[in-house]
Ligand binder design. Structure first.
Ligand SMILES: *Cc1c(COP(=O)(O)O)cnc(C)c1O
Length: 356
């Protein structure tokens, strides 16, 4: 049976990226050596990391003054590194979900955290509006896509202070105006590659403004000066990212990717909105294009488990909602084909026919 992979992360990757990664594990470019068996200082690996870096710059049209880093530790380590490197006295955060809360928790270790807006009052089913970004804070931190709750800030906002964005789950899902951000980071395992590598895009002029001493491994400047090779980078994960970046470029870049993502998300949201049984959980204008959350209406709540089983029988993978939302979550990342979205919709319709 064909499987439709709606996993939230780690999640579906372009098939070609998976196949080429498998080949590189067996034999890197006909060298007779596995990608897993060569030094990160080997010229063949330098070519890989350089190309991944160059493709990041090309696809996102990254302006001068920024660096792309490939680090370990996941997005969760960035929750620490950001305040360690940037928070002198006060930082502003937007509280839009579980990941934002974790970022806030770490920042509080280093200084005052001003939570300028929160959607905690409605279980994070919307993006706060009408807040003011304080001009005297060191930076403003946002989570552009809230993987668990299915909300997304789908535009690049203006900020009077350096804007720092956790883009773990919507990175490279649309064209992004990098010049609006001082820093963008994320774990690769949602939309870009395997777990193990964390991408960071950082404008160098925001560094060097805090008094504290920074341990080398947590110091952005050290990683910039060493080209992401201060220590051994996650070589294999970077290789798969490169393959994904090539796939995006081959499709025509991020404008094409966005159009594909909008088409898929609109198809599923339309089906949810026209369903008698299912209902979306998120404020419509804040809906994510990447993680689509829905539940069964009150009168059908007791059928959620039956639908899960039914869907599983039709090859649907990973559609169980996060425990803090319940119901269902279909993650429609870049690599998910529209046929899988259609298959899920067909599955919903078929279930409704016999259970309404
Ligand atoms: C998954 C996720 C994280 C955590 O990433 P790790 O790489 O596991 O640390 C952080 N932020 C967002 C938005 C995520 O989706």
């Amino acid at each position: 049976m064909k499987k439709h992979n709606f996993n939230a992360g780690p999640s579906i990757l372009p098939r070609i990226a998976v196949e080429n990664s498998a080949k590189a594990i067996l034999d890197l470019n006909g060298s007779g050596l596995s990608l897993l068996e060569i030094s990160h200082r080997h010229k063949d690996f330098q070519v890989i990391i350089d190309e991944a870096n160059a493709l990041f710059h090309e696809l996102l049209n990254i302006p001068p003054g920024y660096h792309v880093l490939f680090l370990g530790g996941g997005a969760s380590t960035q929750f620490v590194m950001v305040p360690y490197n940037l928070l002198q006295t006060q930082a502003a955060y937007l509280e839009t979900g579980a990941w934002a809360k974790k970022a806030i928790k770490e920042a509080k270790i280093f200084g005052t955290v001003n939570v300028v807006g929160s959607s905690a009052d409605k279980n994070f089913n919307y993006i706060p509006k009408g807040y003011t970004i304080p001009s005297d804070a060191d930076y403003f931190h946002i989570t552009t896509n809230n993987t668990i709750f299915g909300t997304e800030i789908k535009y690049d906002m203006d900020s009077p202070i350096p804007l720092v964005a956790d883009m773990s789950s919507d990175m490279l899902s649309r064209p992004t105006d990098v010049s609006k951000y001082a820093m963008i980071y994320g774990g690769a395992q949602k939309n870009l590659g395997p777990a193990g590598v964390t991408f960071v895009i950082i404008r160098e002029d925001i560094l060097g403004k805090v008094d504290r001493k920074i341990p080398s491994m947590l110091d952005y400047k050290i990683h910039i000066d060493n080209g992401s090779m201060y220590n051994t980078p996650p070589c294999f994960a970077i290789y798969t990212c490169l393959e994904t970046l090539k796939w995006i470029k081959g499709l025509g870049g991020l404008t094409t990717i966005r159009a594909m993502n909008e088409k898929k998300a609109n198809l599923l949201y339309h089906a949810i909105d026209h369903s008698k049984m299912f209902i979306g959980t998120v404020n419509k204008e804040d809906r994510s294009l990447m993680n689509i959350c829905f539940v069964m209406k009150e009168e059908y709540k007791d059928k959620e488990e039956a639908f899960m089983e039914f869907a599983k029988g039709k090859g649907m993978i990973g559609i169980k909602g996060h425990r803090s939302v319940g119901g269902f979550r279909a993650s429609t990342y870049n690599a998910l084909p529209i046929e899988s979205v259609q298959a899920l919709i067909d599955c919903m319709h078929e279930f409704e026919k016999t259970n309404l």
